[in-house]
Design a binder for this molecule. Structure first.
Ligand SMILES: Nc1ncnc2c1ncn2[C@@H]1O[C@H](COP(=O)(O)OP(=O)(O)O)[C@@H](O)[C@H]1O
Ligand SMILES: [Mg+2]
Length: 227
């Protein structure tokens, strides 16, 4: 079942002489529960693509359809709600809020959405992430791997349909990196959460169901690894 459809997506940054075409007429579709790795040289447009899939930025032209809704036909308020409910974003440098505790960082998306925190669900997720003893810590009191687990907690707390990760292990050693990828894949399989990961790590890419190679803002290759 298709969850995501990208149609003729293009993105220009800047104007005139300094204009950069970061994405150039990209089209593909993604099935629910698929795990896709996005690879390609630095500056090829990977992060731009991921941001457009997540409703973080607006394209210059083209469409992103999530469950058949054209997300860029939404106004800013609706788009913000879509992001909070449907998209879990994970970055290389975690992007946690430094003055909030682990628990506060994780539950922020629910509170912003006006939902109460389901304590049972929270403790289940905290258990999966192995953060039980760190709930009242601040981000700077955690290791890199722990901070990334908090950011995963924040990304999954509202059970988004789609998890988007931009080099999530780029700042971690190989042990923590493997743990984070195991966790993301477990969530992908257990909850049928669609997982799209940008990576420079070939081992990670080979764990995916499908590898998209981006070059010069275009899809250079689209390879199915596991049908
Ligand atoms: N906010 C921005 N303003 C201007 N140019 C940008 C911006 N973000 C990215 N770019 C340019 O767009 C191209 C694609 O960038 P990006 O999507 O970050 O590539 P990647 O993630 O593959 O390294 C690069 O040439 C980059 O310099
Ligand atoms: Mg990037």
């Amino acid at each position: 079942m298709e969850i995501l459809r990208i149609e003729h997506l293009s993105k220009m940054y800047g104007k005139g002489e300094t204009a950069v075409k970061a994405l150039d007429d990209v089209s593909f579709s993604v099935n629910k529960g698929e795990f896709i790795a996005i690879i390609g040289p630095s500056g090829s447009g990977k992060s731009t693509l991921l941001h457009l899939l997540g409703g973080v930025d607006r394209p210059t032209s083209g469409k992103v359809l999530v469950e058949n809704t054209d997300i860029y036909s939404l106004d800013e308020t609706q788009l913000a709600i879509f992001r909070r409910r449907q998209i879990g974003l994970i970055y290389q440098f975690y992007n946690l809020i430094p003055v909030l505790t682990v628990e506060e960082n994780m539950t922020l998306p629910l509170l912003l959405d006006g939902h109460e925190v389901d304590r049972e669900e929270l403790s289940r997720i905290v258990g999966i992430l192995n953060l039980q003893s760190r709930l009242n810590h601040l981000p700077n009191q955690l290791s890199g791997g722990q901070q990334q687990r908090v950011s995963i907690g924040r990304a999954i707390i509202s059970h988004p349909a789609i998890m988007l990760a931009d080099e999530p292990t780029g700042n971690l050693d190989s042990k923590n990196s493997a743990e984070i990828m195991d966790l993301l894949q477990m969530l992908n399989k257990a909850y049928q959460q669609t997982l799209i990961v940008i990576t420079h790590d070939e081992r990670i890419a080979l764990q995916a169901d499908r590898i998209l190679t981006i070059e010069d803002g275009r899809i250079a290759k689209d390879e199915v690894i596991r049908p």
